[in-house]
Design a protein around this ligand. Structure first.
Ligand code: HAM
Length: 433
């Protein structure tokens, strides 16, 4: 028996029945982004590993455990002079910042507003809502430090979730983790606090404590989460400017009546963040293990890559998780039309005419489908119904002989027989444009 090859763990096949969800989300995002003057950017699916090590941070789960290396699969490889390690992108932000610098977007009118949609890859432990290949929608605004930019990005995100029918299902959690000048005070205070409980922390947190104590606040392990409950609050440790920035963000959200929860423990799992951070959570997710979207300011990242001082902010949403939520609450989403016309054929001669019609009608801009097997009239009509076609053209032996075609109006159930030469004229009646 031949081995049946299966899809890799943590990946998903997306079948035609699910296509409407993907289209719905992608259309919603591009419509809203265009209204907010965001341009679409596509960056490579693999990049130099240095890009992520430098930005996301050496002591993060993504960099320590979750990146996939990309290599040419050839034995006895001759070196081609380029020894850099390439990895599949685990997120969009780092690649977009690289492109911002490399493509000179800093000379464009600022801020530069960009959106993306596509797959990212992380070696995560697969479970419901957690995959190794998953899709993100991603929004970035580069070149503006104003708190109003934070508000506008959250407004756009809120409106996207609202268009997706999830407004009442989500909560926006916000926090500020201060600027780079606040970091040493925050680190020192947190290290002092967590040191007392060091032996009770998980292995990862013990190891990361000295370098990156903020990570401990983000640890999902029960023991660490319990200890973190009593930790000093970051918001009390940030500088006056950061406090004022955050206050203005919250006032902006209040003015627009965008609901939010303050979460003083929200630090995010990537190191590049500064000041405002946020996560969009499912209100019913009591385990608090997974967010629907997350992001924040990253005011130092462009500089970290060798660019000029460029404050920036962004957010990414997990598309698979959003689709699972849309299905769970049964959001009514628009069915998209698959074809205008379905052609039913009975017999070999009819099949030849059907093929010619698919070609001719396609040239005229109609989307047309057909069963090309030997299915019965009944099962072909059932297939026609499923495609949502407006009209079905039926060609049997009699129609071949008479050079005619039966036109069935699928919505009304009525039908008429016409000469095949009159088809264009009659179709105009049904499809006015
Ligand atoms: P992130 O929080 O790592 O942020 O990921 C964003 C979203 O991706 C999460 O909220 C979640 O919905 C989804 N996600 C993460 N891991 C998985 C997984 N294993 N399976 C399914 N979905 C997942 C970022 O990626 C940042 N780059 C966001 C950002 C943009 N910050 C600034 N700009």
């Amino acid at each position: 028996m031949k081995e049946i090859i299966q899809k890799p763990r943590g990946t998903k096949d997306i079948l035609p029945d699910d296509e409407k969800y993907w289209r719905f989300i992608e259309n919603t995002i591009s419509k809203r982004c265009q209204a907010f003057d965001f341009g679409k950017i596509e960056t490579p699916m693999f990049e130099s590993s240095k890009l992520y090590t430098r930005a996301i941070g050496e002591n993060t789960d993504i960099v320590e455990k979750e990146m996939y290396e990309v290599r040419r699969l050839v034995q006895n490889i001759e070196k081609d002079g380029n020894d850099e390690t390439l990895v599949l992108r685990p997120e969009f932000t780092a690649g977009i910042v690289r492109a911002y610098i490399e493509k000179g977007m800093f000379v464009w009118p600022q801020p530069v507003k960009l959106y993306s949609f596509g797959p990212v890859f992380r070696y995560d432990r697969p479970q419901k809502g957690r995959y190794r290949q998953f899709n993100q929608f991603n929004l970035e605004v580069l070149g503006n430090a104003d708190p109003l930019t934070d508000v506008v990005l959250l407004l756009l995100t809120w409106q996207i979730f609202s268009d997706l029918g999830l407004k009442d299902e989500i909560v926006i959690e916000v926090n500020s983790i201060g600027c780079k000048n606040c970091r040493s005070k925050i680190k020192k205070t947190l290290i002092n606090y967590f040191k007392q409980y060091k032996s009770q922390l998980c292995e990862d947190c013990q190891r990361r404590l000295e370098n990156n104590p903020l990570r401990v606040l983000d640890c999902k392990k029960e023991a660490c989460a319990n200890i973190a409950t009593g930790a000093p609050q970051i918001i009390d440790l940030i500088c006056v400017e950061c406090k004022d920035h955050f206050k203005q963000v919250l006032e902006g959200l209040d003015d627009l009546e965008i609901p939010y929860d303050l979460n003083p423990k929200l630090v995010r799992g990537l190191d590049y963040y500064t000041r405002t951070t946020f996560e969009i959570r499912d209100i019913r997710d009591e385990s608090r293990q997974s967010s629907l979207a997350g992001g924040g300011r990253y005011d130092n990242l462009v500089e970290l890559y060798g660019g000029k001082n460029t404050p920036a902010i962004g957010i990414a949403g997990g598309v698979e998780r959003i689709i699972e939520k849309i299905k769970e609450v049964d959001v009514k989403i628009p069915e998209f039309k698959k074809s205008d016309i379905f052609i039913v054929q009975i017999g070999e001669s009819a099949k030849k005419i059907a093929l010619k019609l698919i070609y001719d009608l396609g040239e005229k801009g109609f989307s047309t489908s057909c069963s090309l097997g030997r299915e019965s009239l009944k099962s072909q009509l059932k297939a026609a119904d499923k495609t949502g076609a407006k009209l079905t053209l039926i060609i049997g032996q009699r129609e071949v002989f008479d050079k005619s075609v039966i036109i069935k109006n699928m919505a009304e159930g009525s039908q008429e027989t016409i000469e095949i030469d009159d088809l264009d004229k009659v179709l105009l009646k049904y499809f006015k444009s």
